[in-house]
Design a protein around this ligand. Structure first.
Ligand code: SF4
Length: 375
């Protein structure tokens, strides 16, 4: 059987820190960033050599590193994991330099995900980002000229101050650039971030569920009308341009994470590396096990999580295959949950698939969560 293993590499440095961000990230300092690459190389060296299907460089801001460093890293990873297929990198548009995309492509990168977030100056400022919307067209053109196989734009909705009209303009501006893929994420306020403090002071500045659903509905309308297929709650693609790395997550496939705070899922065990940069670098460079936490997902918990992930996709869960893989008959074991949400018009059966209805996608977290907590 062909490998579906996904490799995730976390590059945690950013030129500045956005006030809503809860990721494992640190302000860029050249000496620390260099040492981190040495730690990654050491962790890679200790990792088993195996065949992987996809590689994703995420962050942080991967292109806070120059493209020579990225190119060396990708080549080392390709060699280690015999990688020939999808290789993705997230980029911050304001840091893209001439020749970067060519170097990425020569190293084997096939997909770039550009963190646009918004085309509206005021929203970009609210998000603490610094790019000018006018630069995005140039960045997309540069990626295309370098023959990067798939170009994706990330957009964010439910940003304080956003209106249905400004969101529509951002979607239209994205579509006008004709990317192969668009992701739209609703802003979530994470505890401990400057945004959480802002929300505590001024709750009215933030979107409630109803207003956020209105923005989501606009995204569905605009992107479908433009010919993008919604293949997951937040992801839209032209034919042949789905993100295979993320599809593997939603199929509950195995993945291995390298770097600080990176998560893995192997043989039913989910583990996550420490979020302490010092602890990660020290352990990796010493050739010691990376500190972190792990838990074995078993029984109802494992099945519930797998359903939750699969329901995020447009096709949903394949009931027969699920029974073979997890030994659980969804229609039987989860009958009360399926009945409750089907009657509410949020879940539906489509042949062998159980999936969210159009309305169900607006409250996906509630419906998916019900499978995880049901025992
Ligand atoms: S650039 Fe991304 S990872 Fe870095 S602080 Fe902003 S949102 Fe977080």
């Amino acid at each position: 059987m062909r490998s579906t293993l996904g490799i995730y590499v976390h590059l945690p440095f950013c030129p500045y820190l956005c006030p809503y961000c809860d990721f494992a990230k640190w302000p860029l300092r050249a000496s620390v960033a260099r040492r981190y690459l040495e730690a990654l190389a050491a962790e890679l060296e200790k990792s088993p050599r195996e065949v992987a299907a996809t590689l994703f460089l995420g962050g942080g801001t991967p292109n806070a590193y120059d493209s020579e460093a990225i190119s060396e890293l990708v080549q080392a990873l390709r060699e280690h994991y015999a990688l020939e297929a999808e290789i993705s990198i997230e980029v911050n548009p304001e840091l893209v330099r001439e020749g970067d995309f060519e170097r990425y492509r020569e190293a084997g990168v096939t997909r770039v995900s550009i963190g646009v977030q918004s085309f509206d100056e005021a929203e970009i400022a609210t998000l603490g980002r610094k790019h000018s919307p006018e630069t995005i067209a140039g960045v997309v053109a540069a990626a295309r000229a370098a023959k990067i196989g798939s170009i994706s734009l990330d957009l964010m909705f439910a940003v304080p101050g956003q209106t249905p009209q400004s969101w529509r303009r951002s979607l239209d501006a994205a579509v006008a650039l004709d990317p192969d893929h668009i992701s739209t994420y609703g802003l979530t306020v994470e505890a401990g971030t400057p945004y959480a403090a802002w929300q505590a002071r001024e709750p009215g500045a933030f979107f409630d569920d109803t207003a956020e659903a209105e923005l989501y509905a606009i995204a569905l309308r605009v992107l479908r009308a433009a010919g993008y297929e919604q293949y997951e709650i937040s992801n839209f693609a032209r034919p042949g341009h789905r993100c295979k790395h993320n599809e593997n997550y939603w199929r509950n496939g195995e993945y291995a994470g390298l770097g600080v705070g990176a998560a893995s899922y192997r043989a039913g065990v989910r583990s996550v590396h420490t979020r302490s940069l010092e602890a990660y670098v020290a352990a990796a460079l010493a050739g010691a096990p990376i500190p972190g936490e792990s838990e074995r997902l078993e029984g109802a918990r494992r099945a519930g999580e797998a359903i939750m992930l699969a329901l995020r996709t447009a096709q949903g869960v394949r009931v027969g295959e699920f029974k073979e893989r997890y030994g659980v008959d969804i229609a039987d074991h989860y009958a009360p949950v399926v009945a409750r949400y089907s009657e509410a018009g949020l879940l539906e059966r489509n042949g062998d698939y159980l999936r969210l209805t159009e309305r169900g996608r607006f409250v996906a977290n509630d419906v998916c969560g019900a499978f995880v907590t049901f025992d």
